[in-house]
Design a protein around this ligand. Structure first.
Ligand SMILES: C[S@@+](CC[C@H](N)C(=O)[O-])C[C@H]1O[C@@H](n2cnc3c(N)ncnc32)[C@H](O)[C@@H]1O
Length: 285
């Protein structure tokens, strides 16, 4: 029997291999660990609609999935979803894709925190770990309630496990803003993505009003500011993706209709640029 708590303590996110996390036995251990969860053990980020009821989250993306994900064709593709939260989008993609892998923070880890000198950072850290655990619970609750197929891998986004394999499509939904180094994360995942990268993020008013290529650092005060590293403009995301070899970017603007706050969102879809052949290679063809 795989002891998950032990596993993630002994193999923290820094490990360069997922050490068999994708195996059926490991996935069964994860499933077993989260078996019998009640909604009370979960923090729902997404609103989750099941046959038994609706679990209200802050983000209600029902009916908005296709726009949120940049109108991708997932059929037949191997997809990685970075930061799946409560899994409403995982369910949508899993029903279409050939194979969906979700990647999130490991057991015992919290989000990267923006330090604030006046905050009790020990307390903020403990509360972050608790939230991540309850969020991960919600993903497993959703998976069971909706009955979709996906593989869950937990690790370090800056050092993704070597044995996770390659993907056709990578989806970064509202995660770059939570990372101290969003470019590094994009770059790492770009290396294992063959076709398309989708980035969806909140269109911050302060950034939109400024220069089109603006970035705002830690634009929100605590407590939300502890996990809000950046507000990125669409052009900055397009630029980052181009440097990772993903070009022909298409930017769309949208808002989830079911949410009364109508948060302004943008989605960038970029495709892997075909490798340019050198002069000698072209002549020899
Ligand atoms: C705001 S939620 C986004 C949910 C979903 N992708 C969407 O777009 O609706 C952020 C997600 O990123 C994950 N996350 C945050 N920091 C992370 C990190 N350093 N490594 C991996 N996942 C991280 C969180 O645990 C959570 O699942």
């Amino acid at each position: 029997m795989i002891n998950l708590v032990d596993y993630y303590q002994k193999h923290p996110g820094q490990l360069a291999a997922c050490m068999g996390q994708c195996s059926a036995a490991f996935q069964a251990a994860l499933e077993n660990h989260h078996h019998g969860l009640t909604p009370e053990a979960c923090d729902f980020y997404h609103t989750i609609e099941t046959r038994d009821g609706i679990y209200q989250g802050d983000w209600d993306l029902r009916g908005h999935e296709d726009e949120y994900l940049g109108h991708q064709v997932f059929e037949g593709r191997r997809v990685v979803e970075l930061g799946p939260a409560s899994g409403w989008l995982s369910a949508y993609m899993a029903r279409r894709a050939a194979d969906l892998v979700v990647f999130d923070l490991p057991f015992g880890a919290g989000p990267e925190l923006v330090p604030h000198p006046d905050a009790d950072m020990d307390q903020v850290t403990a509360s972050g770990i608790r939230s991540v655990t309850r969020l991960r619970n919600s993903w497993w609750f959703t998976k069971r309630a909706l009955g979709f197929r996906a593989t869950a891998v937990y690790g370090d986004i800056y050092n993704p496990p070597a044995d996770i394999g390659r993907f056709d499509i990578a989806v970064f939904g509202a995660i770059l803003l939570h990372l101290s180094n969003p470019f590094r994360a994009l770059q790492q995942i770009a290396e294992i993505t063959s076709e398309t990268i989708v980035v969806t993020d909140v269109h911050s008013a302060s950034v939109a009003a400024g220069m089109p290529t603006a970035v705002a650092f830690n634009p929100t005060p605590p407590p939300n500011g502890h996990v809000h590293w950046w507000a990125l403009s669409p052009s900055v995301v397009v630029h980052m993706l181009a440097l990772c070899g993903f070009t022909d970017a298409v930017v769309t603007h949208h808002t989830p209709e079911r949410m009364s706050e109508r948060p302004p969102m943008f989605t960038v879809v970029a495709r892997r640029r075909a490798k340019l052949l050198s002069g000698t290679q072209r002549q020899s063809m």
